[in-house]
Write a protein that binds this ligand. Structure first.
Ligand SMILES: [Mg+2]
Length: 239
């Protein structure tokens, strides 16, 4: 087994918890459920409009930064734009659809297999674990609680509580200083190449990218120290 560092900073969504692989299915199912209320607009057209508006919304880093702290408002906004595009004038329906989607996302989020065992093994090796997660305090706390993750982490930084989010260096620096470890003695791991891996690498941490969608590094800027396809691989010997 590879020698572990003194501390590991770990992302939450799509690293420990499979949070977004079901985005399309949740929209599909929520839209299908409200089909009778769409007044002749086909579910396919609504789905396409939602995808377009969501891509537009999240493509802007500034909107991303504020939007991820209030997903409920963002989803309502995206639906209002999609409805306007399709000529559907029904704000109650937009609200219901947003709520149905939120519930489905929450119900279907689940921990990746082997995560708890991996956290146990790291802790048994004496590694200090820090969680670094962007997003709103209530939503992220609820996930941490639901999956019983708090017990495994010595420190947890949630953007909505901390006042800054990845890739802001203060997030990584705060965790390093809480552990009193040098950057060279710490790993950072997550599915977001820039936020979880390249940004902490610039401070001297060892960066591990979880290529959870098997997207590969081709055409992407920067090179992580290591690429894995699942968080649990970090306790396996690299090949
Ligand atoms: Mg993530």
């Amino acid at each position: 087994m590879e020698a572990f560092p003194r501390a590991i900073l770990i992302d939450l969504d799509d690293t420990l918890v499979d949070d977004s692989s079901n985005v399309d299915a949740c929209w599909d199912d929520a839209c299908a459920a409200v089909a009778p209320r769409l007044r002749g607009v086909g579910v396919d057209r609504l789905r396409a409009a939602i995808d377009r508006r969501a891509s537009w919304y999240w493509s802007d880093p500034k909107r991303h930064r504020t939007g991820r702290l209030d997903l409920r408002a963002v989803r309502r906004h995206i639906l209002e734009l999609a409805f306007a595009e399709l000529g559907i004038d029904d704000s109650g329906l937009a609200r219901d659809l947003a709520e149905m989607y939120r519930q489905l996302r929450e119900e279907r989020a689940q921990m990746f297999p082997g995560v708890i065992d991996t956290l146990d093994r790291l802790r048994a090796q004496g590694v200090r674990l820090g969680m670094m997660t962007n997003g709103a305090a209530d939503a992220q706390r609820a996930k941490i609680e639901r999956f019983g993750l708090a017990a495994y982490f010595d420190h947890i930084i949630i953007e909505g509580e901390f006042g800054a989010g990845k890739p802001d260096r203060r997030v990584f620096e705060a965790l390093l200083s809480a552990f009193d470890v040098a950057p060279g003695d710490a790993w950072a791991i997550g599915d977001h190449l820039e936020f979880d891996v390249l940004a902490p690498m610039r401070l001297g941490l060892h960066g591990i990218w979880v290529d959870v969608r098997n997207a590969g590094l081709d055409g992407r800027p920067g090179r992580p120290h290591r690429v894995v396809s699942a968080f649990t691989e970090i306790v396996e010997t690299p090949v």
